[in-house]
Design a protein around this ligand. Structure first.
Ligand code: GAP
Length: 462
């Protein structure tokens, strides 16, 4: 096992042990490529989403929010090109029936297909390298011919004939389509003018053939997407601006810049005119964290053609009529979550111990402050600590913990990334002060109880 695989295993174990991420349906033996976020995981995911939402909508004069439904008319996915063009090259091992992706098998023999390379090209490269491959499951070299497998997830919603294969409603494969089909509604009902953006956070579903690497590639996941509608002449400048902002977003979340890099796509997805990814250095290598795409007028033109509705924009000043072009920022909540915990994970050698600590940026840490009475069976300490907890919990996610020795309580909070621990001891009863311990430096100092709120406000940066 390589060092990096070990690192990922440790992170997966911590995520389970401390209530960040659970495999879905675990009591039934699991459900492949689906995960649930536990108490701390759901808080961390929420903090990432809230920060994105604040940056994308509240702090922007010309970007508005949307929450469109997961289900749409199936016509949306025909118009968008997903029904005909959103697929991966699937093949089966004839010996053990494992389902495999041709590009993944190529990767295993050191041939890296671009994620957005056309399927035909991937299949061609695969067939040219056919002799090199063996099934990762059973080791045999006998595969079916690769065929195109559509990633859209089908459902029988509203279909009472039972034949949903023939007439399916799709779960959305990207949240972006919900934005395009509401572009006209938003324009007609709010005061936006080009250039303007529509932001949305929501679930998306893809029938990924091979889902690996923990929450990196799952079949149900959440996207944070912003579609920016512009005049075609603005594309170059606005695209560069968006790229800069998206890079800065990840730095603001505390990710080390050395662990980020740009990847330009030479081969483009069916909708894209230009595409860059921000990649993160996951334990399994640099992989896509977010895509920033220039989609031209592809989507609005397609929806206009298929729906028969004009989606043209009339410039109120120049009177020019045109179909706006779109640039998008499309990130995954799970991928940001994984990047953040990988980046924050540290093991530090202490005198008699190793401490595991998640140095998550304070503004997105799930729990901001933990409050401890030094001893649990001393009523006065317990009550004073509870009083502090009750005062702070209106403002911050706090935890009250009176169990075990203080060292163990610190370790537990370190593992969930709590920036500050406050201990109430016997001096607190005399002097009305407490000890504050800093997660990253482990340094402790005394603060008057009446100054606690100011201290936290100045240091938590929320
Ligand atoms: N609207 C454009 C779009 O959906 P994409 O590159 O297919 O583009 C955008 O996906 C982002 O969504 C990715 O950068 C990634 O963060 C996330 N994502 C895509 N597929 C995913 C999956 N199977 N599991 C987890 N996240 C995924």
């Amino acid at each position: 096992m390589t060092k990096n695989n070990k690192q990922l295993d440790k992170i997966i174990a911590l995520a389970k042990r401390r209530g960040f991420v659970y495999p879905s349906s675990e009591i039934y033996g699991g459900f492949a490529a689906i995960y649930d976020f536990g108490p701390y995981g759901s808080l961390l995911a929420k903090n990432i989403k809230d920060y994105w939402w604040k940056k994308m909508t509240q702090e922007k004069e010309n970007i508005v929010g949307l929450d469109s439904a997961i289900f749409t008319s199936p016509k949306v996915w025909e118009a968008s090109g997903h029904v005909s063009g959103f697929s991966d090259p699937l093949m089966e091992c004839k010996n053990c029936n494992a389902r495999l992706r041709a590009d993944t098998l190529l990767e295993e023999v050191g041939v890296f297909a671009d994620e957005k390379m056309s399927e035909k090209e991937i299949i061609e490269i695969f067939l040219n390298n056919k002799d090199k491959h063996k099934c990762p499951n059973c080791g045999k070299k006998d595969f079916s011919e690769p065929k195109s497998f559509n990633l859209l997830v089908k459902s029988n919603l509203g279909n009472f004939t039972g034949d949903f294969e023939k007439d399916p409603a799709y779960l959305r494969g990207e949240t972006a389509q919900g934005i395009y089909i509401n572009y006209k509604n938003v324009m007609d009902t709010s005061r936006v003018k080009i250039p303007f953006g529509i932001a949305q956070i929501g679930k998306a579903f893809r029938n990924e053939i091979t889902a690996r690497q923990f929450i990196f590639r799952t079949r149900e996941f959440e996207q944070m997407e912003m579609q920016y509608f512009i005049h075609p002449d603005m594309t170059k400048d606005e695209y560069e601006k968006l790229k800069k902002e998206r890079w800065q977003f990840y730095l603001d979340l505390g990710i080390k810049e050395d662990n980020l890099k740009w990847k330009k796509h030479e081969k483009l997805a069916f909708y894209a005119k230009e595409a860059y990814d921000i990649e993160y250095n996951y334990p399994f290598g640099f992989k896509e964290l977010e895509g920033i795409h220039a989609r031209g007028d592809y989507d609005l033109s397609q929806h206009s053609k298929h729906s028969g509705q004009s989606l043209e924009y009339l410039d109120p000043e120049t009177k020019e009529k045109y179909i706006p072009h779109v640039i998008e920022a499309s990130g995954g909540v799970g991928r940001a979550f994984l990047a953040i915990i990988c980046d924050a994970y540290c093991e530090e050698e202490l005198e008699n111990d190793t401490r595991t600590v998640l140095k998550i940026d304070k503004k997105i840490a799930p729990i901001k402050v933990a409050i401890f009475p030094l001893l649990k069976n001393k009523e006065k300490l317990f009550n004073k600590a509870k009083e502090i907890y009750n005062n702070l919990k209106n403002q911050y996610y706090c935890e009250f913990d009176s169990s075990g020795n203080i060292g163990k309580r610190y370790r537990r909070q370190d593992e969930i990334g709590t920036p500050y621990c406050v201990t109430v001891d016997f001096d607190s009863l005399e002097n009305d002060d407490v000890t504050i311990r800093d997660r990253d430096t482990m340094k402790q100092h005394r603060v008057k109880i009446e100054d606690l709120e100011t201290f936290l406000k100045d240091n938590l940066n929320v």
